[in-house]
Design a protein around this ligand. Structure first.
Ligand SMILES: [Zn+2]
Length: 172
């Protein structure tokens, strides 16, 4: 799957002035999209939720999970919301159910997900680890762990991002 041009464009707009160094400010993105974001003591199997509450939408993230994982979950829920706004794969389900429940969101590149989940993961990856910034760091020959620290993501999310962007690169 590839992100549609209109979603790419929306992501690019959201990315403007949203980083300090390499770290994405999820707070700023949520503010821009008028999304409330809460930490919650969720069941261990649940990473996060996107919930319609009245006329607005809120994100709940499992505060028992590691910081980098929480960041990916929030970015993933933002992904569902952007997809919904742009009439893409998350629209129907969110309109019908009023919510997305994400059980243990992991960032995989295999096709074991619905289109809505795959797309939300792709949006999350681009927000947290933008293509251009990854290319910059690769030129400086940083290791995946060093890059993960700069982006505030987990090393496994970083490795999968590198494998997706550079399939021919051998990453240890
Ligand atoms: Zn999801």
């Amino acid at each position: 799957m590839k992100l549609s041009p209109k979603i790419q464009k929306r992501i690019s707009e959201l990315q403007v002035d949203s980083y300090s160094g390499y770290e994405l400010s999820l707070e700023k993105i949520c503010k821009e999209l008028n999304l409330a974001c809460f930490e919650a003591d969720l069941d261990d199997g649940l990473s996060g939720l996107l919930l319609k509450e009245g006329e607005s939408y809120s994100i709940y993230v499992n505060n028992n999970h590691a910081f980098s994982r929480q960041r990916f979950t929030i970015a993933h829920e933002i992904g569902h919301y952007v997809s919904y706004l742009m009439n893409s794969f998350s629209k129907d389900e969110l309109e019908k159910e009023g919510r997305f429940e994400d059980k243990a969101v992991t960032f995989r590149k295999d096709g074991a997900y619905s289109d809505a989940e795959t797309e939300a993961n792709m949006i999350a990856a681009e927000l947290l680890m933008p293509k251009e910034k990854v290319a910059e760091l690769l030129k400086q020959e940083l290791s995946p762990e060093e890059m993960a620290d700069l982006f505030y993501v987990s090393p496994s999310a970083m490795t999968i991002r590198l494998q997706t962007l550079y399939p021919s690169l051998s990453i240890i």
